[in-house]
Design a protein around this ligand. Structure first.
Ligand SMILES: [Zn+2]
Length: 505
């Protein structure tokens, strides 16, 4: 890849060399402010991704340290707190569920069934779930090839196969099929690990104490999973044929079969409700009602993620996403030095790793009307590419802003990745929560311009204890992208340079 230095970039190099340092003061031109360096970013990442922060998992001591560090950095930069209550911290109500005690008995025509397997995990929506005579219905894959639930599951326990063959496009994921059953009124949704290797996966998922967002949960009163052995033992004891049930489930319009089995259940669930925080700061604009620009990035990561006894148990999340917070801190510092026309918000979200939950919480209860946001720029996993990388746009083609972003990027000496390949990641980043509500949301930078390089990270250190800060962590592209975000901030916050129809101008 060739790097063509623009005139402006050459000039910037000159004024930053020690000999020309005096000229910076003389020129006093705001566009020639100090470039963000690798060392600037390294100092933030070194703290956020240190073992002392324990992998920044929501609801832990690591969260407390993280959100405090961000608020302190933003206060020092000159931002004002902008959460709904006037503080830096907007509460995000989260729930974590763990398996506790499950007492279960199954009967057929009043006769207790002996199953011969203990492979069952049951987790309630509430801390206590007690229910007698809950009828079991086998629903195959849960949905037909048309994508609807044909089985009568209302008030019943749906026994559903985990594997997705012969179902409608868009319903392949266990989550989509599970939600369809819940919408159809299922009292319980219990997955069967129907092929080799599925049971450990299901078991791990259910026992991993997943975090959900209060008020946005789609959850049946009871959920769980059983192994194939358990399923076979259960239906055989009731006088039925498992292989025949599975074969029947291959029909395109399979409507399920009542199993003639009832469950008596007493399930206690370890329920942990807590408030996590989105950190929100602001640079107030000088023109009222001219709209706002939002920078966002997630502060959370996976916490202590490796099993006991592992040499390194902490997922430090240096690239994902201490790097994004580091860039945001430097962007805040640079932009707060000067007044802008529009408000500029900075939003560090929680629980992105659990499904963009902090971003969804913000979208549901924003601290400013969403239709006032002219653009949100999400910053995630930015420390991938070296200096000189092209600029890609996640969300390319979804807003009328691509040309504006490209003009700013070219002016900063960058070249543009013209393809829309990076859009493969559009639903995997926080901006999606706002895009779904009609807010123009983009991710701009070099880390997803070369997808081979990104895949190399995703296939190795990503979401493991090796995503830690080392001497080899590439921060060149991130520093360059930080400068680009500063330039984008200046451009979009200026009502003369960027006129937004949205803000009524
Ligand atoms: Zn992640």
């Amino acid at each position: 890849m060739t790097i063509i230095l623009s005139l402006e970039q050459t000039h910037m190099r000159l004024v930053h060399s020690p000999i020309f340092l005096g000229l910076v003061v003389l020129a006093a031109s705001p566009s020639f402010s100090k470039a963000v360096t690798e060392a600037d970013l390294r100092s933030h990442i070194g703290i956020l991704a240190s073992d002392a922060f324990e992998g920044r998992k929501p609801g832990t001591a690591g969260e407390a340290k993280t959100v405090k560090y961000i608020a302190k950095a933003w206060a020092k930069a000159g931002l004002k707190p902008a959460a709904a209550d006037g503080s830096w911290f907007d509460p995000v109500p989260l729930i974590q569920r763990g398996q506790c005690i499950s007492k279960h008995a199954f009967t057929a025509k009043g006769r207790p069934l002996r199953i011969g397997s203990d492979d069952i995990i049951l987790i309630g929506k509430q801390a206590s779930y007690i229910r007698g005579d809950l009828p079991l219905v086998f629903v195959g894959r849960g949905v037909t090839t048309q994508g609807n639930v044909a089985a009568d599951v209302k008030g019943k326990a749906a026994i559903i196969l985990f594997d997705a063959e012969n179902v409608a496009e868009g319903m392949k994921s266990p989550r989509a099929r599970r939600e369809a059953l819940i919408a159809a009124g299922a009292e319980a949704v219990i997955f069967v690990a129907d092929s080799r290797g599925n049971w450990p996966t299901l078991r791990r998922q259910l026992l991993s104490r997943p975090i959900t967002l209060e008020g946005r949960e789609k959850r049946a009163p009871l959920e769980g999973a059983i192994s194939t052995e358990f399923a076979v033992g259960l239906v055989t004891a009731a006088g039925q044929d498992w292989d025949k049930l599975r074969a029947n489930a291959k029909q395109a319009d399979y409507a399920g079969e009542a199993l003639g089995i009832d469950a008596d259940l007493d399930v206690k669930t370890d329920l942990y409700r807590f408030n996590s925080s989105n950190v929100i700061g602001k640079i107030a604009g000088r023109k009222k009602n001219s709209g706002a620009l939002v920078f966002m990035g997630h502060w959370d990561h996976l916490g202590i993620c490796a099993p006991e006894g592992a040499p390194d148990r902490i997922c430090n999340g240096a690239v994902d996403n201490a790097s994004g917070i580091a860039v945001m801190n430097e962007v805040a510092k640079a932009l707060a030095k000067k007044k802008h026309d529009r408000d500029i918000y900075f939003l560090a979200t929680t629980a992105e790793e659990s499904g963009l939950l902090g971003a969804y919480a913000f979208a549901d209860k924003p601290v400013l009307p969403l239709d006032q946001i002219i653009l949100t720029l999400n910053i995630d996993t930015i420390a991938i590419a070296p200096r000189g990388s092209k600029v890609a746009i996640i969300g390319r083609g979804t807003t009328p802003l691509d040309a504006v972003v490209e003009t700013v990027a070219k002016k900063a000496g960058r070249t543009i990745e013209e393809s829309t390949d990076a859009n493969a990641f559009i639903e995997r980043q926080d901006g999606w929560a706002l895009a779904k509500k009609g807010v123009p949301a983009l991710m701009v930078g070099g880390s997803f311009a070369d997808l081979n390089l990104l895949q190399k990270f995703l296939g190795s250190d990503y979401h493991g204890p090796n995503d830690a800060l080392t001497d080899r962590t590439e921060l060149g592209g991130a520093a360059e992208d930080a400068d680009l975000h500063i330039a984008l901030g200046r451009h979009f916050a200026d009502t003369r340079k960027y006129k937004s129809k949205k803000a009524g101008e």
